[in-house]
Ligand binder design. Sequence first.
Ligand SMILES: Cc1cc2nc3c(=O)[nH]c(=O)nc-3n(C[C@H](O)[C@H](O)[C@H](O)COP(=O)(O)O)c2cc1C
Length: 166
Amino acid sequence: MTDKRVLVAYGTQNGGTAGIAEEIAATLEKDGVPAEARSAADVTDVTSYDAIVLGGGLYAGRWHRDARRFARRLKDPLLERPVWCFSSGPLDATATQKEVPPTRAVLRDVSRIKARGHTTFGGRLDPRPQGWLARSMAKRGMAHDWRDFEQIRAWAHTIATDLSKQ
Ligand SMILES: Cc1cc2nc3c(=O)[nH]c(=O)nc-3n(C[C@H](O)[C@H](O)[C@H](O)COP(=O)(O)O)c2cc1C
């Protein structure tokens, strides 16, 4: 149980990363940590939060722009708070089987805000996604949900534990 309030901000194109962020927030709440998931694009001020989780869907090796811009726009208040980051991308089982390191571009964003940790979760390709490239990938049979919600909840528990120790 902690009175620390956590923002789980996400950058998404097709909603898969939003689903992960909501699961993280729900897990934190169950662990007694007040938390809410919000689109990174909608957040202009983080001063009412004590800690931040920031996640982005991966597109061509980079976070979705809403996550990248969030890290840049809010760099100063983020540096004053504990931050954890995640990426959601691989459209196969690799992120469940092993720890997938951040891409070079994500590592730059994560380092800029001195995040305490980063992890990668599997992604989801919707059968009818937004974006022509995503649609052509779906037509080639790649539409599948590779998100591992057990893994997501386990990661959220580690954040709740860290916050309770502060
Ligand atoms: C055009 C396109 C490019 C992608 N590039 C990557 C990539 O570079 N690395 C990766 O791991 N996943 C990549 N993916 C998979 C997405 O990251 C995955 O579908 C993710 O769940 C999307 O998140 P969203 O639903 O929140 O937008 C790509 C998907 C699309 C459609």
